[in-house]
Write a protein that binds this ligand. Structure first.
Ligand code: NAP
Length: 410
């Protein structure tokens, strides 16, 4: 049985990884130009297909039968070739988004929901929310309800981002300013890279529900796999695959005082997980073309911090790395969203009496205790997890991995 994903440019897709856990079929990526779609769909190259940008509408004319939901949304993301060669078109994004709403535990019935964007994903979100009894308003750059008059919907309880704004690599962008919505109860962002978009970080800062699109991606794949195989798959598998992917996609980022073991433990964690290790101090040296003491000597601390932020900006939007940061990265507020966007932040805490100072410009100049009293509350505020590193390094590395897995299961 051969299934796969049909699209124009697929780049790095998580679908093969997800489908490998869902069924005993081969899953391939089929990159096709528009003039190849017709012959491809008539060929015997597949038994089941997922369809993505830009072909979700274009494939409809080749489907012999559409499920009611595909017909209603006017888009197909799942095709099954039946034994007689006819093609059934379905849309599993509906199930995927509905499952995401349920995961968020938001009560949407009777509430005002703003859906940003008017493309395919927006149509899915609108259909699901209407079926769940929400009062849905679509915000479109060119629509009657747009970003200029969005204030007239300040009573919204839910915002769904169905635009690409905030997606990798332009991760600092956000489609709306959440301060305009005092009654907001939650934000659902269909983007999953980065895990914490700027919009979701604003929601997290408000202490309201903030959910990214990874659950939807996995849930829609589960329903597609049921169509491919004709077999029911437990909803529990969504959670298992989601947790595995989330762990693999997010960076593990270590913060802590100079000499607290970030590089040593970071390298160990990377080896244990077969991940790439990245030391931001090394990246700063590469970026500046000279050593860190030389940057301090020639340009001063402020310039060093500016270079550090630039390097954090470049590196921390990537996925699946283990990252060791410089001890002072927490002293700049702007670094927090950049560090947090795609990482679980781990504070490696070590008794300051055991911290080395050699070759560390600021540790030599300032008394460590003084430095620690300033930074301690910042490490605390930035960290998702704290790990004591006063014993064996391997033990600390194992505890970092175990704590992240436990944290992600929450
Ligand atoms: P799409 O058809 O291209 O539609 C996106 C819509 O966003 C456009 O119709 C446009 O609406 C708006 N938009 C585009 N660029 C914008 C900009 N620079 N500023 C403001 N608005 C802009 O894309 P889609 O397939 O609906 O996907 C939308 C997002 O959902 C993407 O990020 C995609 O990755 C994500 N998605 C996730 C899943 C999942 O499983 N998690 C599934 C499907 C899609 P207006 O012109 O009306 O403003």
């Amino acid at each position: 049985m051969v299934c796969g994903l049909l699209g124009r440019t697929l780049g790095h897709s998580y679908s093969p990884q997800i489908h490998a856990k869902l069924g005993a079929y081969t899953y391939r990526l089929f990159e096709k130009e528009p003039d190849e779609i017709c012959s491809f769909l008539k060929s015997n190259s597949f038994t089941g297909l997922n369809v993505t940008i830009p072909y979700k509408k274009a494939v409809i004319e080749y489907c012999d039968v559409l499920t009611p939901i595909a017909q209603r949304l006017g888009a197909v993301n799942t095709i099954v070739k039946k034994q007689d060669g006819t093609l059934l078109g379905h849309n599993s994004d509906y199930f995927g988004f509905k499952s995401m709403v349920f995961k968020s535990k938001l009560q949407v019935t009777g509430k005002k929901a703003l859906v940003l964007g008017s493309g395919g994903a927006s149509a899915t979100a609108v259909a699901v929310l209407q079926d769940l009894g929400s009062h849905v308003i679509v915000i479109s750059r060119s629509g009657e309800n747009n970003y200029e008059n969005i204030k007239s919907h300040s009573d919204a309880a839910l915002i769904v981002n169905a635009t690409p704004v905030g997606m990798y690599p332009n991760t600092e962008a956000a489609p709306v300013d959440l301060s305009l919505f005092p009654d907001l109860e939650g934000v659902l962002d269909l983007i999953y890279n980065p895990a914490h978009t700027s919009l979701l970080q604003a929601a997290e800062a408000r202490g309201i529900v903030a959910e990214n699109g990874l659950w939807m991606l996995v849930a829609q794949a589960k329903e597609s796999a049921e169509y491919f195989t004709g077999k029911k798959i437990s909803d529990e598998s969504i959670k298992e695959i989601y947790n595995t992917l989330k762990f693999q996609m997010e960076n593990i980022l270590l913060i802590g005082m100079p000499g607290s073991g970030k590089s040593t433990i970071g390298k160990m964690v990377a080896d244990m997980l077969s991940r790439e290790f990245c030391d931001l101090d090394d990246e700063i040296v590469k970026y500046a073309g000279c050593s860190i003491p030389e940057i301090f000597e020639n340009s001063g601390e402020e310039e060093f911090r500016n270079i550090e932020t630039q390097v954090i900006y470049d590196i921390c939007k990537k996925s699946g790395l283990v990252i060791a940061t410089g001890g002072g990265c927490v002293t700049k507020e702007r670094n927090y969203p950049l560090l947090h966007q795609n990482s679980t932040i781990v504070w490696l805490k070590r008794d300051i009496d055991t911290l080395p100072t050699e070759g560390r410009p600021l540790s030599q100049q300032t008394k460590l205790t003084q430095m620690y009293s300033v930074r301690k509350p910042l490490y605390d505020a930035f960290a998702d997890i704290t790990i004591e590193n006063d014993g064996e390094a391997t033990d600390a590395a194992n505890r970092v991995i175990a704590a992240i897995k436990e944290d992600q299961l929450k």
